[in-house]
Write a protein that binds this ligand. Sequence first.
Ligand SMILES: [Zn+2]
Length: 266
Amino acid sequence: MWILKRLLFPVLMLSIVSGCAVNKSSIGGFNLISVDEEKQLGDKFAVEIEKQHKVLNDSEVQGFIDGVGKRLLAGVREVDFPYTFQVVQDDSINAFAIPGGHTYVNTGLIKASDSETELAAVMAHEINHVVARHSTRQMTQRYGYALIASILLGNQGELSKLAADMFGKAGTLYYSREMESQADYLGVETMYKAGYNPQGMVTFFNKLEATGQSEPGRISKYFSTHPATKERITSIQEEISKLPPKSYSPDSTSEFSRVKAKTKNL
Ligand SMILES: [Zn+2]
């Protein structure tokens, strides 16, 4: 029995210690795909995505989304990738980031946001899926490293298939609950550091939760993978309450209003 105790104790301690290490505030973690490979993969996917979605070509909208993206990047922990930001002409409320930092925002998301801060909240969440390298980890788990490696070597057929499967109009890249809660946690931190009031994440998700109850059909697939549940909103609120008080920039700008008005007419 004493042997068992002596053996169990270190194992128990180890699991407690490693349990603490695997927390949402740590972005490290094992990934079979290197940062360089992820960059290459991202560039390949971006070409496919831009065939499958209609990217908006408007200098004012582009300038605005670049501005929000750049400002958020100033608040992330690490910038390993050359991030790009684009608006996709699509009325469903959605935003997604692919490997390597290419980030896409639907016009439907801009229309559903009541302020620049609310839009920034969803973007901050997406950017942090990239910062914590969730998509490559999830892809390796779902499809296996061999398939990813074959795409890196130029397997065009698999590339198109995977791009549609994960990021196409009906595509679904599901993240684990832990990854989602980490992207929320880091998203709050990013907004705070970038001078956006992280409360915008709460107001946006509260609004969506209400819409989800009254008109579930309006909530796109983004919110089926990112449910605005009371539990999620409460934990975001808890993280915000731990932050030292700070004065934030105004929630909205005339630039946002102009861009929003423009997307309404598309
Ligand atoms: Zn997410």
